[in-house]
Design a protein around this ligand. Structure first.
Ligand code: AMP
Length: 192
């Protein structure tokens, strides 16, 4: 996985934002971006580049997906590496779902969707491939899948492909870090 330095993340945010907006950029944008750039995030065995993270609280964070099944398919996780839903504390559980509610509603609007699938694959036999609790947030539109429940087949397919790729080459990603960082930057603006 590509790793970035804190400095390049912060500078990267500055250049991108200031080149788009004339005048002085909104200071809250830098405060949020800088804070997240200085933090460490892990997702199971993976170290997550802070540029992939677009929303965080003291207990949870939201990141863009390496292999989204539809536009806006993101993940909300507890900051603590916890494998199973039952192992979350009450505070982590409520914070996680409140974060999911907020992220889901913003992304539904952003992607002009009309529904959301929120799902947890809790344990390997339920389809969990990354042993770190995460809520899949999936904006849904009329006709996105022929049969509604095909969304679960789609999740399964993407994960099987991903596992094969990661087994072959741990550094290989379908989406580049740049693409994911750009998406996260767009989403970060929804929480200012
Ligand atoms: P699950 O099979 O329910 O455990 O879901 C795992 C999800 O994590 C899938 O949607 C993957 O595309 C996604 N994923 C796996 N590794 C990463 C990563 N390093 N960064 C972002 N998303 C990831």
């Amino acid at each position: 996985m590509l790793l970035s330095t804190v400095a390049s993340s912060v500078v990267g945010c500055f250049i991108t934002r200031s080149s788009r907006v004339r005048g002085i950029p909104d200071p809250s944008f830098f405060a949020t971006s800088t804070k997240m750039a200085l933090e460490q995030f892990t997702f199971g065995p993976y170290k997550i580049d802070s540029r992939e993270v677009f929303y965080s609280t003291h207990l949870s964070y939201a990141l863009v997906n390496l292999r989204p099944v539809v536009p806006g398919h993101v993940l909300v996780c507890p900051r603590r590496e916890v494998k199973r839903f039952v192992d979350l504390t009450t505070d982590e559980t409520s914070d996680l779902w409140i974060a999911a509610q907020k992220v889901g509603s913003r992304l539904e609007t952003y992607h002009k969707a009309s529904s959301l699938t929120l799902t947890i694959q809790d344990g390997p036999q339920a389809g969990q491939t990354v042993p770190h609790v995460h809520i899949h947030i999936i904006p849904r539109k009329g006709g996105d899948f022929e049969e509604n429940d095909e969304i679960y087949d789609a999740l399964d397919e993407k994960e099987k492909e991903l596992k094969q790729k990661l087994d072959l080459d741990k550094d290989r990603k379908d989406r580049s870090l740049d693409e994911m960082a750009q998406e996260a930057e767009e989403y970060r603006k929804l929480f200012l």
